[in-house]
Write a protein that binds this ligand. Structure first.
Ligand SMILES: [Zn+2]
Length: 284
């Protein structure tokens, strides 16, 4: 069932867990996310990157929204990392439940102006807005950041930015990176703690693929309520297809698709358990 994103977040806040936000690209991804969320009885966020939106268009969005509606667990469909007002207007028309206005490539004032504009647009339709301050390094779906030196979120600016723009969720840059961690992840928890004290909206952690358990637990303790997972689910999908191609004597497309769904489902279920949202659907 689709519930307002605000309700999902309030419940996560009250029970102190994070909701997994999983990127999908096709029906197998959608099936995997809902199968895992239902098996775990967990609220869930299904998200589409603008590149997936451009690739799949209305059919992919309709599939995602209908699957969310029919699911037994509380769910929303979210537009990830959108840098364009046009994409966000499309998403609002298509019926997304929340959007990310990503102005993190802009300077502070431009990011603020861009984000505020999106908030004005989205809030007229009761759509929640996530924004990002600072800049993640790494790559995500063709969004490549040339300088791998991350610019981290400034706690005082984050407070001002959140108040001024009226956003509902803030994505933080505290040493997290998109894609795979090339070295041991070092998240700046003192910084996250200051952000958590100064900003009174739920925080979002991007780039959670490959983060160890204790890093996730600490992040959730410090106010992270939405955690984005893309790379690990995608890798499970690709590896499963590779295995099917390597192993099968006679290829069957449905068998291959089912195997890929199962592989992605296992990753999503493990993340849901890690984020503490298993069984939390009972409170809706
Ligand atoms: Zn991201």
């Amino acid at each position: 069932m689709i519930v307002p994103t605000s309700r999902l977040l309030q419940a996560a806040q009250a029970e102190r867990y994070a909701i997994g936000a999983f990127n999908v690209y096709n029906m197998e991804g959608v099936k995997a996310v809902f199968a895992a969320a239902e098996a775990e009885n967990s609220p869930v966020i299904l998200q589409l990157h603008p590149s997936a939106l451009r690739y799949g268009g209305v059919p992919l969005v309709s599939l995602s929204i209908e699957a969310a509606r029919q699911s037994s667990v509380p769910a929303v469909v979210h537009l990830d990392h959108s840098t364009s007002i046009a994409d966000i207007q499309t998403a609002l028309r298509f019926g997304f439940n929340s959007v990310m206005a990503d102005g993190s490539h802009l300077d502070y004032q431009q990011n603020l102006d861009f984000t505020r504009k999106i908030v004005e647009l989205a809030h007229t339709q009761n759509i929640l807005v996530e924004a990002e301050l600072g800049r993640l390094s790494g790559t995500e779906d063709g969004l490549s950041v040339a300088d791998y030196e991350a610019r981290l979120t400034d706690p005082a600016l984050a407070a001002e930015f959140s108040r001024t723009t009226g956003i509902d969720l803030l994505a933080v840059c505290i040493g997290n990176v998109h894609g795979e961690y090339r070295t041991e992840p070092h998240l700046d928890f003192p910084r996250l703690e200051r952000i958590h004290h100064q900003v009174d909206i739920p925080l979002v952690l991007h780039g959670a693929s490959g983060l160890p358990e204790e890093v996730i637990y600490r992040s959730v303790e410090l106010g992270v309520r939405k955690i984005n997972v893309n790379t690990e689910v995608r890798n499970a999908y690709i590896n499963s297809l590779k295995n099917s191609l390597d192993r099968a004597v006679k290829l069957d497309l449905i068998d291959m698709m089912q195997a890929s769904v199962a592989a992605m489902q296992a990753v999503v279920a493990a993340k849901i358990q890690l984020f503490g949202s298993s069984n939390q659907a009972r409170n809706f």
